[in-house]
Write a protein of this length. Structure first.
Length: 552
């Protein structure tokens, strides 16, 4: 079946024009010439959204989203509640039910809208996953050439060995020009991101033009599909050491996942989305989508260099005052300017990094790292976890919000995100936790809880654990220096975590966090308070009913 026949059969499109498989150069030109929409709050809907820099086609494309969508539109993200899949999906605020009849009516009206305007649609055929054991064909169909270029950056273009690709293909239709009517369409606003697990489709309509929608929607889809194949999907980074040992690092924003996985002595598999199968660990993607706000170019030289590379994409970094973006060198951009959003982004191909594992694959992991940044200052810098503790801390996904980072946050607050990526987990957290425990047992994988937060007191009083000591703890774990039989442990009396009593290149007195507090009673009170937060969250989420043991 031809592309045109396939999309007419699937969506009812019969009078649109396709730009299929354009090169990055062609997409660059098309984005500048044709991508139009709102870029300021009260601005027109026909403003230019994509721009070249001073480097022209030899540098990045700069794209500005609708100001109401500078991140994922969480409250407008849904899955169709088909009876066949309704009981399998983890319904929550990040993934709400969409009525099947309302969805079918909306999908029909979107097709009529595109047919009536004789729309030009950009089509890219890529894959989600680099391993043919599970990779799926992913067809992007959308109004913006910028989105097609983003998809080309972020996903593998060639995966050999996939059988019956037409029977496995997922299609995304991305139509920013269509506005939903909540009363008519069953949406909550004029936009919607809707996953259709029954028909292998994703419908994106309205002011939802944040590039990450085209990536995270597919990750949510893979988080539904991979466990059904017996594979573990993971929101983590992964790398491989000089001796061939693989490590995976789970962690929420601000815990050091990107920084710690970028190790000159280890080769990167990927920084965000992976699968653990019978073949080992592999990347779901072929690109990186990095945060740019306050980027330290000395600490992140790969991203800094890639900013000026051909075929990359900068999102929502404001132009310099008094200087057109077309006359600006990418290196001149003010990466601390959050006037559009704190969530400025940069998309670049994985091969911009010179230290990447061939094929973005690695062996079975020897070490799993659960990262947290405890701003209460009470968790140990490192704890060696048992399998049941791994499941517990994995579904809890704890870190802390800092005072001053959000309006109304005046002291550290506990933040929990199941599986270190709850918004993207399409099935219940226990599904992933049990798969993780099974694979750890099968491949004899160790696990540590690594705290990159504070000691000697909470944020504002204590000091953040130095990156030097954190790296030393991580390196020791990767070498196996913290394994049972190689080091002595003591048990934390409140958290019941096993804390090593020594570690090379780390002062032994900091390994028990109580030692770093001057006021021991204040420490005990703070630790008990955090433990009670864990218990309250565990009970509220009903994790015990899902087969997770409470270990705190």
């Amino acid at each position: 079946m031809t592309l045109r026949q396939d999309l007419e059969s699937l969506l009812g499109l019969n009078s649109v024009d396709y730009r299929h498989g354009l090169s990055k150069d062609e997409l660059f030109d098309a984005a500048i010439a044709n991508d139009r929409g709102r870029i300021t709050k009260d601005g027109p809907d026909d403003a230019q959204k994509a721009w070249p820099t001073k480097l022209g086609k030899d540098g990045p494309l700069v794209f500005y989203t609708d100001p109401s969508c500078t991140g994922r539109p969480v409250q407008d993200t849904f899955a169709v509640a088909w009876p066949e899949v309704e009981d399998e999906i983890w319904w929550k605020n990040d993934l709400q039910k969409y009525d099947p009849d309302a969805y079918l009516g909306l999908r029909k009206r979107v097709a009529e809208h595109l047919n009536a305007k004789h729309a030009t649609l950009y089509v890219q055929d890529v894959y989600c996953g680099v391993d043919p054991e599970y990779a799926i064909p992913y067809r992007f169909v959308g109004e913006y050439a910028t989105h097609a270029m983003f998809v080309n950056n972020m996903f593998p273009k060639h995966v050999e060995g996939i059988t019956n690709p037409d029977d496995k293909r997922w299609t995304m239709i991305n139509v920013p020009s269509f506005r939903c009517d909540p009363e008519r369409d069953g949406s909550k606003s004029q936009r919607a991101v809707i996953l259709d697990f029954k028909n292998r489709m994703c419908l994106v309509v309205g002011r939802s033009d944040y590039c990450g929608v085209n990536k995270k929607s597919m990750f949510t889809i893979m988080n539904y599909m991979l466990p059904k194949m017996g594979h573990l999907s993971m929101h983590c980074s992964a790398n491989v050491g000089e001796d061939g040992d693989c490590a995976i690092l789970f962690g929420l924003s601000g815990t050091g996942k990107t920084t710690l996985s970028a190790d000159p002595h280890r080769r990167l598999i990927g920084d965000d989305e992976h699968a653990w199968t019978g073949n080992g660990v592999s990347n779901l993607e072929d690109g990186c989508y990095a945060k740019l706000i306050d980027l330290d170019k000395d600490a992140e030289p790969i991203i800094a260099k890639a900013l000026s590379m051909k075929g990359t994409l900068i999102e929502n970094v404001p132009p310099l005052g008094g200087k057109p973006i077309t006359e600006t060198d990418p290196q001149e951009l003010d990466l601390s300017d959050a006037s559009i959003t704190e969530n400025t982004r940069f998309s670049y191909p994985l091969d911009c990094n010179p230290n990447v594992m061939p094929g973005a694959k690695g062996p079975h992991p020897q070490t799993i790292v659960l990262l947290t940044a405890d701003a209460f200052g009470v968790l140990p810098p490192v704890s060696v976890l048992t399998p049941r503790e791994v499941m517990y801390h994995f579904v809890m996904g704890f870190t802390a919000k800092l005072a001053g980072t959000e309006v109304g946050v005046t002291e550290p607050q506990a933040a929990f995100s199941a599986c270190f990526g709850a918004p993207f987990m399409a099935q219940q957290p226990s599904v992933y936790a049990k798969l993780l425990a099974k694979k750890m047992s099968e491949y004899e994988t160790r696990c540590i809880l690594l705290n990159t937060g504070w000691g000697g007191g909470p944020y504002g009083t204590g000091k953040r654990i130095s990156i030097k000591h954190t790296r030393a703890l991580l390196d020791a774990a990767l070498r196996g220096d913290l394994d049972a039989g190689k080091v002595e442990y003591e048990e934390h009396p409140i958290f019941h975590l096993r804390m090593p009593t020594s570690c090379p290149d780390v002062p032994s007195e900091i390994l028990n966090p109580r030692n770093t507090w001057t006021d021991k009673d204040a420490y005990d009170q703070a630790a008990t308070k955090l433990r009670d937060m864990f218990r309250k969250h565990f009970e509220a989420r009903g994790f015990d009913k899902l087969g997770i043991e409470p270990v705190m």
